[in-house]
Design a protein around this ligand. Sequence first.
Ligand code: AMP
Ligand code: FE
Ligand code: FE
Ligand code: ZN
Length: 281
Amino acid sequence: MIDLHSHTNKSDGSLSPVELIALARRKGLQTLAITDHDTLEGYDEAVPYARAAGLELICGVELSTKFRGQTVHILGYFFDASSNREFRGHLSCLQTARKDRNQRLAAKLRELGLSIDVGEVERLGRSQAGRPHFARLLVKKGYVSHVQEAFDRYLDESAPGYVERKEASLENVINWIHQGGGFASWAHPVRMVKKSGAPTESLFREMQCKGIDAIEAYHSDHSPQNQAEYLAAAAKLGLAVTGGSDFHGDSKPHIDLAGVSLPAEALEALRRIRPGPASQP
Ligand code: AMP
Ligand code: FE
Ligand code: FE
Ligand code: ZN
């Protein structure tokens, strides 16, 4: 079995890298990609444990950006993890932007009358402290009764507490991945396909013009119909396909590691991708 989408507690998953590798072995996975949001720390820490367990571990990352004005996630995969020093520099800029946003968000919440100190949030979320940690703190302090209420009343893009985070453009995100020696896949396209109402094939084609190499056709949020549709559209356009569970541990308890598996032929096709501008149509 092959699972190319998982998170550790270095981003918003609940398992440490060593715990994730142990679970991957128990599930019988042959190949696992760690795709934390904005960081390679979880992958780096997991490397020796995966080697000891005889598990193929692929270096990945999940980055947020905007496409047609909406948030989309782009997965970057580095089958040769050695050549991404410059890419790591871009990730550290994203961490700086996140820290700056967190300061401004805490100040905004204080303006709204809540007693929130950014240090408290960073203790909860460490290098990846973000809105989910603000939400948990608001619950802990009794300002709201659950996390969703924290988003609805304060943290959602449409709520009064929202502040912008400096994000890279879609083109930049894809270029960084290519220049780092990786290839880019559009994560869980179902979210955008459903919201936009535009035909799947035209969205995929537009993404392909931005330089995307693959589509995440297999994902826990995809129905069998979604999957079949995305596979057909990707094949028609000559895009590769990726897939995985998007396992987050206790943070998303309904998703099992290896609950979605990428077919071996698809993994072999990914190994043949030569990343870079040449992959654009
Ligand atoms: P951040 O990267 O710190 O801006 O936080 C983004 C994360 O917050 C997303 O990955 C979601 O897990 C969560 N999130 C964003 N908007 C909402 C919402 N309206 N309701 C629940 N969770 C949300
Ligand atoms: Fe996540
Ligand atoms: Fe995602
Ligand atoms: Zn994910």
